[in-house]
Every structure is written in structure tokens, then in C-alpha cells.
Write a protein that binds this ligand. Sequence first.
Ligand code: IMP
Ligand code: MG
Length: 175
Amino acid sequence: MNAKAKLTVLFHRDEIDAMVGKLAGNISREYRTKHPVLIGVLKGSFIFMADLIRQLDFPLEVDFIRLSSYGPGTTSAGKVRVEHALRNPIKGRNVLVIEDIVDTGITINFLLDLLRQEQPASLKLCALTDKPSRRQVPVNIDFRGFTVPDKFIVGYGLDCNEQFRNLPDICVLED
Ligand code: IMP
Ligand code: MG
């Protein structure tokens, strides 16, 4: 862990809690009777997914996909690869993708295109955070949490070089 890293809290754990509750309410209204498959994008979404599904009290399934879009560091290489595929087919299912952050949009755009080819009954996106100032490709976020400034954020699952995922708050990593 970089001992010199300067972290500033952007969203305190209580605010995150409230936002997850709000998103869960909106998701429940839409999916209560639809037996959806929630697909978390690893690794960043794992904490969000864990908190979110415990606020959804209807039948659902969970799967994860692992993509890599970044080399080391904090800048996008603009390349996406599937490193760990889905476990079960999603054809005919109502699919909700769970993301930690939409930044340039390249990763999620790639993933949504990929999933669409499998012919789900419906395909929507929930993102805990959105950094619209950096968007390179348009992305429709159906369930959006926090809008974040053009800063690198860590914590609550989000990392920088695999560090800081364990922070309970979402913090700005100052350089
Ligand atoms: P995108 O393809 O640029 O939209 O971003 C893809 C991935 O980069 C996200 O799913 C995150 O895992 C990671 N990422 C982008 N911005 C941040 C950030 O501020 N903090 C941590 N990870 C980020
Ligand atoms: Mg991610």
C-alpha cells in the first residue's frame, strides 16, 4: 500500500448506503416479478453487488463476468478482453448489469454488445458511479447512482492497482 497516497472522502459510507437503498427501490419496482439475472462486472462491483442484492427481496440470480480494460495505472488502454465468462446462458432472461463506474464507456459498451448477442429478453445497466466528463462512447445508464467529477476514485470495491478496494467510503485519490 502506498503510504503517501492522499485520500479524500467523496461519498461517506452512510451516503453510499442511502444510494444503494434508493437504487434497490427502483430496481425492485421494475424487476420484482421478472426473475432477473444480475451480472456483476468484476472486480470493482463485488461490494456494491453484495450490498444491493441484500436489499432486493424477490427471486433473482447472480453471475459475474470479468473484463480487463486497463493496463496498470489509471489510464484506459481502450482495449477490452473477457477474462472470466458467464456461467449460465442468458438467452430469454431479463439481465441487469451491475457496474462500479462508467468512465469512458468503452468497457460497458463492449460488454452490452457482447451480451446482446446472446439474446436476453431485456438488458439494462445499473452503475453506482458515473463519470460523464470522460465519456468517449454514449452509454445509457438505466439505474444511476452518483455522478463523480473527473478524478480517480477508490474504495467500496474500486481500486487503483488493486489497492484500496477495502475502503468503506468512496474516496478521491489525489495525485
Ligand atoms: P471505462 O471503460 O473507461 O468506462 O472504464 C472501465 C473500468 O475502469 C471501470 O469499470 C473501472 O473498473 C475502471 N475505472 C474507471 N474509472 C475509475 C476510477 O475513477 N476509479 C477506479 N476504477 C476506475
Ligand atoms: Mg469495473
